[in-house]
Every structure is written in structure tokens, then in C-alpha cells.
Design a binder for this molecule. Structure first.
Ligand code: S6P
Ligand code: ZN
Length: 173
């Protein structure tokens, strides 16, 4: 799903910062544990795990940045489809608002404490600065959510790659 942006103010400086990214299984070799399953999926033509829009605020004053993410249903090995996950390198909180689907946001701080928050339509998750976040689709339909964050935040993916990060396994296999 792509966001439809309805703005009451001039959208120029905001829309200049729009980004759209698609993450396929082939780009997530470092994130899924079962490399044989990654190879099999990529060999069969690869597939999308998730896509997200980011609208980075670039105007004057204290604005907001926001985005929309869709995580497709599916598994790689026993792990459900998920985002890479990241930490924010500067202080700045974020909220997620689930629109469609079913899943979990896994929060982890740098001390290694982990919390899981359910995602279902209508739920709002507040992510405090300092907590990394990864979103997992545990359902059978696309998981769609809106995110809103403080502008100027840098996204740290390297720590997730280096230290690892919890995921959710399907119990049925
Ligand atoms: C940004 C926010 C989301 C994610 C998006 C993709 O602070 O948390 O917009 O960027 O869900 O996840 P990831 O881990 O690839 O950035
Ligand atoms: Zn974030």
C-alpha cells in the first residue's frame, strides 16, 4: 500500500524527501538464520519481504517525519518475514500505528532487554529512544503500519547485523 499524502501546508519541502525501498530475501542474507532457505528462495526467483515509504521532513521548524511499511506474509525457514530492524543513533522517539494485518514489534535496548508488542489494526506502539525495533508479520495477509518519528534521526542497522537481533519462529515446523 502506498500512502496518499493530504497536506494542509505546502507539501514542497516535505515531498522532496520521499523515499521508497523494497527489501527482497536476497538483500536480507545477513538477517535470516537459515541460509539454505535463503538460497532456495533466491534461486527460485527471489521475493519481496517488505517495502516502505519514508517522508523525511526537510522544512523549517520542528516538523515530523513519517512513513508506511508493508511486510508481506511468509517465512524464510522457520522465521516469519520481518524488517531488518534498527536503532536510532540520536535521541528521538517514534510511534507505529497498525492499519492492517497481524504481527509483533520486537523492541530491544542496548543492554539486551527485549520486549514484544502485538500489532493488529488500531493498535499504537510507542517506541522510546534507545530501543531498537524490528517488525514481524506472523499472519497470512500483509502487515501494514504507519510510522512517525522525530526528524534528523539516523538509522543504525550495523548494530543489528553485528550483534544479532531476536526474530519470531513458527512453532509448527
Ligand atoms: C523508521 C521506522 C520505519 C522503518 C521501516 C523499515 O524509523 O522505524 O519506517 O524504517 O519499517 O524497517 P527497517 O528496519 O528496514 O528500517
Ligand atoms: Zn525507527
Amino acid at each position: 500500500m502506498a500512502p496518499t499524502i493530504a497536506s494542509l501546508v505546502t507539501p514542497g519541502p516535505i515531498l522532496d524527501g520521499v523515499g521508497h525501498s523494497i527489501r527482497h530475501v536476497s538483500e536480507m542474507r545477513d538477517y535470516f538464520a537459515d541460509s539454505a532457505s535463503v538460497d532456495a528462495i533466491v534461486g527460485a526467483g527471489d521475493r519481496e519481504v517488505y517495502a516502505f515509504w519514508e517522508i523525511e521532513y526537510q522544512g523549517l521548524g520542528n516538523g515530523l517525519s513519517y512513513g508506511m511499511t508493508t511486510v508481506q506474509p511468509g517465512k524464510v525457514g522457520r522465521e516469519f518475514h520481518m524488517t531488518k530492524g534498527h536503532y536510532h543513533t540520536t535521541e528521538g522517539d517514534e510511534i507505529y500505528i497498525c492499519l492492517e494485518g497481524q504481527g509483533v514489534v520486537i523492541l530491544r535496548n542496548r543492554a539486551g532487554d527485549v520486549k514484544e508488542c502485538e500489532m493488529r489494526p488500531g493498535l499504537l506502539i510507542y517506541i522510546d529512544a534507545g530501543w531498537g525495533h524490528r517488525t514481524v508479520n506472523t499472519g497470512t495477509t500483509p502487515l501494514v503500519f504507519v510510522s512517525v518519528w522525530a526528524p534528523g534521526i539516523e538509522h543504525d542497522y550495523e548494530t543489528v547485523r553485528r550483534e544479532g537481533y531476536p526474530s519470531i519462529l513458527d512453532a509448527e515446523e
